[in-house]
Structure formats: C-alpha cells, structure tokens
Write a protein that binds this ligand. Structure first.
Ligand code: IPM
Ligand code: MN
Length: 370
C-alpha cells in the first residue's frame, strides 16, 4: 500500500479549527482507504512569526518541498497588523507558492443542491453551478518588481507595484485551463484588461495563439475582467473554465465563492509543473477563505472548504478518485440533511459547530462505505 507524506500547515485563526476536521478525515482514510498518509505539522503565518519572527522558516520550507502535498489552512489576523512587511503572515503563503513554483491555482465553484437557497443570489441563477477558475499564481502584480514605496521628499510618497507576465507564464497557465476544459464542458473564457494594460494585450495575444495552435476544438472566448465580474453574478452558468491572472483571479474567485453560498465552501489546489521523470508535481491545497479572526476559536467555522481542498489533493496528487468521490458525496449528504455551520445557515436547518460538521461528514463516509 502506498504511503503519502503530507505537511499540514494550519496557520492562524480558523485555520487550526478546520485543519482539525481534515485530520479526522485523514484518520478515517488511514483506517479504511487504499493508501496511508503520514502527516507532520508545521507553523506558517502569524503562528510562525510568534515562534520564529518570520512568516515561514527555511526548515518548514524544506519540509514543504519534500512532502508529497502541503495542506494549508489560513493565515493572518489583526494581531500581526504591525509586524514588518516582509514578515507579515501572508508572506509565508506567498513564499510557499513562489518557491514551490505553484503556478496553477484551481478554484472550483460548485453549488451544492442543498445550498442553492443560501446564496445571496437567486436560486435559479446558482442552482447546478459548476465552474472552474484557473488563476495564475506565481506571477503578475503579486511578485513583479519594482514593488516599493518611496519618499518623494515633498510630503508625498510614491507606491509602485509591477504587473509583469512573460509569454511562457501565460502559455503554461492557459494550457492547464484548456486541458481541464476538455474533461469538462469544453469551454474556456479568458479574462484580462487589454483595453488598459499591456500585460492584458500580451495575455490576449498568447491565449489566442495557444488556442488556435493546440486547442482548436475547445470553445473559447475573451471577456474583459470587469465585465466578466459582472457576468459572473448576472449569469454564472454561462462559464465552464475561466482562466485569468493572479490579481483578477484573486478577486473573481471570491465572487465565485459567494455563488456557492459561502466563502466557507470553496476549496483550491495550487499545482506546479509535472516532473516528466517521476510524473509527480509539487502541490499545495488550501481553502479560498481566510483566517476569519472574528469567529476564530468559537467553533463556528465551516470546515467544508478545507475538507474539499483535501479532496482535491486526493484527486490531483494521489489519484484516489474513489475516496474523493466518497467524501464529496458525504459532504453533499450532510448538507442535504440540513446540517449547517453559521455561514450557510437557513430557516429550518440544524446549526452545528465546526467539529460537529466534521464528525457528521465522517459518519456519513462510514455509512456510504458500507
Ligand atoms: C487567496 C488569499 C491570498 C491571496 C492572501 C492571503 C495573500 O486571498 O488565496 O485568495 O491574495 O492570494
Ligand atoms: Mn483571495
């Protein structure tokens, strides 16, 4: 039986609480699954700052690089508002993404039938929704240099961020999108702002070339990112795969999350290039939500995005489709039974804690596996 090595980085705030529920799922798989997981814990974000004055240590980075997958909770919170910029909690996550070269961020927005009423949008707009946002994750304005604030000496300061993309970065991310679309509903929408940004002009040019050179059979369109954001709330079911840059992807995926009922529902996978020899790729799995300091420690957080992120690890890193389907079905069944954490509560539903939600999902896995 294969043994997979996981590095668990719960991080801050609700990160530790939702990671606790993933551990429950891992324990179940170790008893009943077709592979074993060895887990190690590590510190990232504010938790790492408190211990070591950095957002992630070199030693933890080395463990992340050596793991078969990193399972990540969330980072940040008001406690660290005044730490040096380089050591802010988010820097830990950004270093993981950059140093592990996790350029492809997959954010699937699926509206569970039971939650169609929980969205702030009308039921008929979101019911049956199933879209995949493919966000470029190691380039763009997140990492472009220069990135500075300069004192101009006249009582003014100047802040500069740099949006930068090379051809190869656009090519490799849009290939991921086209490949995914082929296994889905065969449609890709690329979003940028070529009407104001040079990086958008190049993005559009490169996507168009990759499409006509390699993916002619995939239905393909461009949308300006602002109009695309509007279309996402107006008629989201028109989309199958959306491919976009790092910053637009950050924003558009938060919108997509709300279509599913709550930010607490949206998982993500961050993947590197496949190693042609080992056929493995570096990978980190994290929920799209943040550390939610306002509800941290109260047992209120929704563990579904975190558990579903682990399900993505089963699918994309370990090819354990059967187990992944089982957990997805268990989540759907628990929601269908009316169990709800606070973020997705609705009339007549049973309010449960983070832990109760995790326990209910594992109990459902037991039932389904019989
Ligand atoms: C996300 C988060 C991060 C991002 C933050 C925590 C740096 O919002 O994963 O979407 O902006 O990428
Ligand atoms: Mn975000």
């Amino acid at each position: 039986m294969a043994t997979h090595k996981l590095l668990l980085l719960p991080g801050d705030g609700i990160g530790t609480e939702v990671m606790g529920e993933v551990k429950r799922v891992i324990a179940w798989l170790n008893k009943n699954g077709t592979a074993k997981f060895e887990t190690e814990d590590g510190l990232v974000g504010g938790a790492s700052y408190d211990a070591d004055k950095v957002a992630i240590t070199d030693a933890t980075m080395a463990r992340a690089q050596a793991a078969d997958a990193v399972i990540f909770g969330a980072v940040g919170g008001p406690k660290w508002a005044d730490v040096p910029y380089e050591a802010r909690p988010e820097a830990g996550l950004l270093r993981l993404r950059k140093d592990m070269a996790l350029f492809a961020n997959l954010r699937p927005a699926i509206c569970y039938p039971a939650l169609a009423e929980s969205s702030s949008l009308k039921k008929e707009i979101v019911e049956g929704l199933d879209i995949m946002i493919v966000r470029e994750l190691t380039g763009g304005v997140y990492f472009g240099e220069p990135k500075t604030i300069t004192d101009l000496g006249n009582g003014q300061k100047r802040a500069i961020d740099t949006q930068v993309y090379d051809t190869y970065e656009i090519e490799r991310i849009v290939r991921v999108a086209f490949e995914l679309a082929k296994k889905r509903r065969n449609k890709v929408t690329s979003m940028e702002k070529h009407n104001v940004m040079k990086s958008g002009v190049l993005w559009k040019e490169v996507v168009t070339q990759v499409h006509s050179r390699e993916y002619k059979d995939v239905q393909f369109e461009h949308q300006l990112a602002d109009s695309g954001a509007m279309q996402l709330v107006k008629y989201p079911k028109q989309f199958d795969v959306i491919v976009t840059d790092n910053l637009f992807g950050d924003i558009l995926s938060d919108i997509a999350a709300m279509l599913t009922g709550s930010l607490g529902m949206l998982p993500s996978a961050s993947l590197g290039e496949m190693d042609p020899k080992t056929k493995k790729r570096k990978a980190l799995y994290e929920p799209v939500h943040g550390s939610a300091p306002d509800i941290a420690g109260k047992g209120m957080a929704n563990p579904v995005a975190m558990i579903s992120s682990f399900v993505m690890a089963l699918r994309y890193s370990f090819d354990m489709q059967k187990e992944a389907d089982l957990i997805d079905q268990a989540v759907a069944a628990v929601l269908a039974k009316g169990l709800r954490t606070a973020d997705i509560k609705s009339d007549g539903a049973k309010m449960v804690s983070t832990q109760q939600m995790g326990e209910a999902i594992v109990a459902e896995m037991d039932t389904l596996a019989k």
